[in-house]
Design a protein around this ligand. Structure first.
Ligand code: GLC
Length: 541
């Protein structure tokens, strides 16, 4: 097991830096704040942190509009703060993964300022410019992910530029070799400083159809959906050439020891797994968001797990995600009680889990009124529930004013339950969700079956999901009750009894002859007596 790469055996924890810990009272989290909380992260037991963008940015999309790939935005601190944070993280045994945003820059990036200055500027081709159609309209029908046309006319040069997101986020032209080299240099800048890898933003969008063909209409579009779904993203995303670019990104990383490349990809399974690349030359971990989109039904989840396991290319390492800064929080989606079951699912499946900050304390949904809304997507398409603010509210550390997040005014409101739902209170409480997360992470370290064992489905119906993680050094059984009624499940054939190692209720540790699941309960159990036999029995069965 020691030979397994850290990004296979470890647990990743996503920090949305604006909302993690403020150190200077401006209401926005920062790098010194992260430094103050490294002890917490190492206590929790995670292995790596992924930090959403901290580069200089006008913050039109809160850092996903980068104005300089090799700097730190003053709101987050200085380069010295960054180096200190990186050193501190490493000293605490934590790897650091940065967000890399290659598809687009800020419109304030000097490359774009040059590019837009004239049609003949040497950086003109660094972005995607096109003449209007003869009637003056946009070059094609593409839609921005945040609504409206993906094209904006530049008055000065009378051409349109493409932006898959806000007009303040012009798309780079990755067909241009100079762009590629400039971006690879930016990656090396951070790798040389000691960063352990990148999570690459919207990696599947990096290359567009050379001929900029219109996207076809989506026949299933519903008016309550975001406008982007009006069209099928046939020509604006997931182009075959993107895999060559990703292989190049990967080669940049491979010149260094032990770094990881993670890709953000929202695509159906069969397309997603192509992002491992030919001969695994692509992303080490193409983010797997299947659990986010599958309804909370044990049978459906079981099917998704099996389909994913089947679709993985030989040698491709799986990964699982339950939430991030773009998706409703898991506790908001399935409720607080099931939030615990979800934690057990995430941390017992085969593959690298990514925990979203705050999920470990059960942060749930906060309704943020329109007048306080900050998310540009929520603001550009109001009334559709698209705002991502609810999943970006500040971390809750203690009972003090603003939950210890800031002594100033937090940039987004805190959830109302912060008097009880905070790290200090939950750390002391031996039955809290935070204690559960910590125990689950510790179990992954303790049992090779959880870190690297194979996945073996046992049974699934609407509410109950049972599977085993099999390993030569001993397997483990996981049984999850996604419903609110008690259920009794027999042990799989060949297993007479089992020792419960962990309940999501954090109470029982008995030896049992069948699995009795209370409402909303998940259990991890060690089959007895045989340490190895039970998986062999299951396989034969
Ligand atoms: C990714 C990010 C999201 C951002 C978008 C544009 O999807 O996760 O937060 O708005 O890219 O960069």
């Amino acid at each position: 097991m020691n030979k397994m790469e850290w990004w296979k055996r470890g647990v990743v924890y996503q920090i949305y830096p604006r909302s993690f810990q403020d150190s200077n009272g401006d209401g926005v989290g920062d790098l010194r704040g992260i430094c103050e909380r490294l002890e917490y992260l190492s206590w929790l037991g995670v292995d790596a942190i992924w930090i959403s963008p901290i580069y200089p940015s006008p913050m039109a999309d809160f850092g996903y509009d980068v104005a300089d790939y090799c700097g730190i935005d003053p709101i987050f601190g200085t380069m010295e703060d960054f180096d200190r944070m990186l050193q501190g993280a490493h000293a605490n045994g934590l790897k650091v993964i940065l967000d890399f945003v290659p598809n687009h820059t800020s419109n304030q990036h000097r490359w774009f300022c040059e590019s837009r200055s004239s049609r003949t500027n040497s950086k003109r081709d660094w972005y995607i410019w096109h003449d209007p159609k003869s009637d003056g309209s946009q070059p094609n029908n593409w839609i921005s992910y945040f609504g409206g046309s993906a094209w904006t006319l530049d008055e000065n040069t009378q051409q349109f530029y493409l932006h898959s997101f806000l007009r303040e986020q012009p798309d780079l032209n990755w067909r241009n070799p100079q762009v590629r080299h400039a971006m690879y240099d930016a990656m090396r800048f951070w790798l040389d400083r000691g960063v352990d890898g990148f999570r690459v933003d919207v990696i599947w969008l990096m290359i567009k159809d050379q001929n900029l063909r219109d996207n076809p209409v989506n026949p299933n579009y519903q008016p309550n959906q975001a406008e982007i779904h009006r069209l099928l993203q046939l020509h604006s995303a997931d182009q075959p050439e993107v895999h060559d670019v990703i292989a190049e990104l990967r080669r940049v990383l491979d010149d260094y020891d032990d770094r990881v490349l993670i890709g953000e990809i929202y695509l159906p399974l069969e397309r997603l797994v192509a992002y491992y690349g030919k001969g695994l030359s692509g992303a080490h971990l193409p983010f797997n968001f299947q659990l986010i989109y599958t309804s909370w039904n044990a049978r459906k989840i079981s099917n998704v797990i099996e389909e994913y396991e089947r679709a993985l290319p030989a040698g491709g390492w799986p990964n699982w995600v339950l939430g991030n800064h773009d998706q409703p929080r898991i506790a908001a989606r399935v409720g607080k009680a099931q939030g615990r079951v979800a934690a057990m699912l995430l941390l017992t499946l085969r593959g690298t889990p990514t925990i979203y900050y705050g999920d470990e304390i059960g942060l749930a949904k906060l309704d943020i009124p329109l007048e306080q809304m900050r998310d540009p997507w929520g603001l550009s398409e109001p009334g559709l529930g698209l705002s991502r603010d609810p999943e970006r509210t500040p971390m809750q550390w203690d009972r003090s004013c603003n939950a210890g997040f800031t002594v100033g005014t937090p940039w987004l409101p805190l959830s109302r339950d912060h008097q009880i739902c905070n790290v200090v209170a939950l750390r002391e409480d031996q039955s809290s969700i935070l204690t559960l997360y910590r125990r689950l992470i510790a179990l992954r370290r303790e049992y090779p079956a959880l870190a690297s064992g194979s996945y073996f489905p046992v049974t699934a119906d609407e509410d109950v999901l049972v599977y085993m993680r099999c390993h030569a050094q001993g397997g483990l059984l996981v049984a999850l009750n996604l419903g609110d009624e008690e259920r009794v499940v027999s042990l799989p054939a060949g297993i007479a009894r089992a020792q419960i190692c962990l309940s999501t209720h954090l109470d029982v540790q008995a030896v049992v002859a069948d699995i009795r699941l209370r409402p909303n309960e998940g259990l991890i159990a060690l089959p007895i007596p045989g340490r190895t036999s039970q998986c062999a029995v299951l396989r034969r069965g």
